[in-house]
Design a protein around this ligand. Structure first.
Ligand SMILES: Cc1cc2nc3c(=O)[nH]c(=O)nc-3n(C[C@H](O)[C@H](O)[C@H](O)COP(=O)(O)O)c2cc1C
Length: 319
């Protein structure tokens, strides 16, 4: 039963598909504990640990959603957002009669669509249903905009943000080993096929990052993808500390599931949030005093690779 839950949890999304979590099962107590796997967490790509805490929140939320889907009630025994080196969450499960297979379907369908997107009208109810879904997360807000002016500016920030990131030798040194050719058997990181590259393209992606070349073209390509977004979805928070980052992760997962349920594709881009101070301009444009923590473009999926990002086996993740 606990392994069934964790088989969903290990599919949770994470930056560069690092999967920076590990789990401990206590069969007698019927609990699952969530810990950080420090050797898989980002360093150069996550100087504040925001992305790591967000990932912990995403994973925790995936555990809870999977448990609800499989028909388990839960009780939170431990939950702390002070120390990444300690047990972050311990949850106890009991069986109930009520299963929600529709949640499991959404968890299986959710994925990051990195291809171009076609324009589509975003359902009016999406903003409301996302806001509804995060009501119990105090201090977290969701903002959805289809304003052309905002999308244009964010596209520029993305272009600049990606160039800033790729000019950093430290960032590239961390990213390169996580970029894999299409024939690689690696279970973490990003394979060419999820970035829509063919065999040669997947090889070039890795080597261009190692050599520090081609960053302008990459930044322009992402700029173009933002320009084609039907809308941008931001998760923001009243504060900029681990508790809010963790809850951002919880909201991220719920919002991604709502977008999936609406039949839309989503793709996260962190560059405008992490690089420079672009986030301040975005916050002004969104007329919010909250700190934006994550951003997704959404739209109608175009041709998409049938192959999804691989994941570590459960045995690799168990302590
Ligand atoms: C906190 C967070 C930040 C992310 N940032 C980016 C990003 O900047 N660019 C990107 O292409 N994908 C980003 N992603 C998406 C991950 O790369 C993706 O979730 C992972 O590769 C697993 O693939 P999947 O979402 O298709 O399951 C992010 C995901 C998370 C949870």
């Amino acid at each position: 039963m606990l392994r069934d839950i964790l088989n969903y949890a290990r599919q949770a999304p994470s930056p560069h598909n690092t999967q920076p979590w590990r789990f401990k099962i206590n069969e007698r107590e019927s609990t699952i504990s969530l810990f950080l796997a420090p050797h898989r967490a980002l360093d150069a790509g996550d100087p504040t640990t925001r992305e790591t805490w967000v990932s912990m929140g995403v994973c925790y939320e995936t555990i809870l959603q999977a448990a609800a889907g499989l028909g388990f009630a839960h009780k939170v025994i431990v939950l702390q957002t002070n120390d990444l080196d300690q047990e972050i969450v311990r949850i106890q499960f009991t069986r109930t009669k009520e299963k929600h297979p529709e949640i499991l379907t959404l968890l299986n369908q959710r994925h990051t669509h990195r291809g171009r997107m076609l324009h589509t009208t975003v359902p009016i109810g999406l903003a409301r249903s996302c806001q509804q879904r995060i009501k119990d997360l105090p201090g977290i807000t969701v903002h959805i905009t289809d304003s052309k002016t905002i999308i244009d500016r964010v596209a520029d920030f993305t272009d600049k943000g990606i160039q800033i990131a790729l000019t950093s030798a430290k960032f590239r040194k961390e990213l390169a080993p996580l970029l894999h050719t299409n024939w690689s058997q690696a279970k973490t990181g990003l394979h060419g096929y999820v970035l829509n590259h063919g065999i040669i393209g997947s090889l070039w992606e890795k080597w261009s990052v190692i050599l520090g070349v081609d960053s302008k073209r990459k930044a322009r390509a992402d700029r173009q993808k933002i320009l084609e977004a039907s809308a941008l979805v931001f998760v923001a928070a009243k504060g900029d500390v681990p508790k809010f980052w963790f809850d951002t992760g919880r909201a991220y997962l719920r919002v991604a599931l709502e977008i999936t349920k609406a039949g839309l594709a989503n793709s996260t881009l962190t560059a405008p949030i992490e690089a420079g101070r672009f986030h301040e301009d975005i916050e002004r444009m969104l007329s919010t005093t909250d700190r934006i923590q994550s951003m997704m473009r959404i739209g109608k999926a175009t041709r998409t690779s049938k192959r999804r990002s691989p994941r570590l086996d459960l045995e690799d993740l168990l302590t």
